[in-house]
Design a protein around this ligand. Structure first.
Ligand code: MD6
Ligand code: FE
Length: 202
């Protein structure tokens, strides 16, 4: 049996759920289609340190006009490409959720990129968990409770690791404190890619 770590109530971690061949295949599919952009904070216009792209019927997009889900890439007015089938299979196998995911957000972390503590709360379907897949360099993932203050714990995520985030943890604050550059050779040019799958509509 494969090991699932319950790192907090509602947070499950499968270490190297994807083997190296599966990681390479998935990364190839992502990089062949992703046209990354640098999101900016609504209002201030301050750029994120990560670059992003989306797959699926709905993409999470952030620019000066705000955070939102869009059915097309606002830069080109083209639909986001479909979610890679291997990720749909992984959703079915790990989430137990009856409806399919609608958004696959891709985060690309080059050297020095990080992600501040945040909640994933732009979805109506908070009964569905969020599924996250890590590829490439290791990262320090921090997770706390449903308020910004209070205790947090830190977990190292490596290439092929799969995390689900649901139930009491669905609205937990979390972020990436830092990426450990050079710990993997998977991503050409170095860095880490995180794929986050979500159900958006109720
Ligand atoms: C990341 N992850 O791992 C950022 N969100 O790069 C997330 O923001 C995230 O890993 C919701 C659930 C799982 C996650
Ligand atoms: Fe998140």
């Amino acid at each position: 049996m494969e090991t699932v770590l319950e790192i907090a109530p509602g947070v499950s971690l499968w270490r190297e759920r994807l083997d190296r061949a599966a990681q390479r295949a998935l990364l190839g599919e992502v990089l062949a289609q992703a046209a990354f952009y640098k999101p900016v904070m609504p209002g201030s216009g301050k750029p994120f340190s990560v670059e992003e792209f989306n797959f699926g019927p709905l993409g999470w997009y952030s620019d000066k006009s705000g955070y939102r889900y869009t059915s097309t890439d606002p830069r080109t007015a083209e639909a986001w490409p479909p979610i890679p089938p291997a990720l749909i299979d992984l959703w079915k196998a790990t989430t137990n959720h009856p409806a399919p995911p609608e958004c696959c957000l891709v985060n690309l972390y080059r050297a020095g990129a990080r992600m501040g503590l945040h909640q994933d709360r732009d979805e109506q379907a908070i009964d569905a968990p969020v599924l996250s897949v890590s590829l490439g360099d290791e990262a320090l993932f921090r997770i706390g409770g449903t308020t910004r203050k209070g205790p947090t714990r830190s977990v190292k995520l490596g290439s092929g690791d799969v995390l689900t985030f649901g139930g009491p943890a669905r609205l937990a604050f979390h972020g990436i404190d830092r990426v450990l550059s050079g710990t993997s050779t998977l991503v050409p040019g170095g860095g880490r890619i995180n794929l986050t799958l979500r159900r958006v509509t109720a």
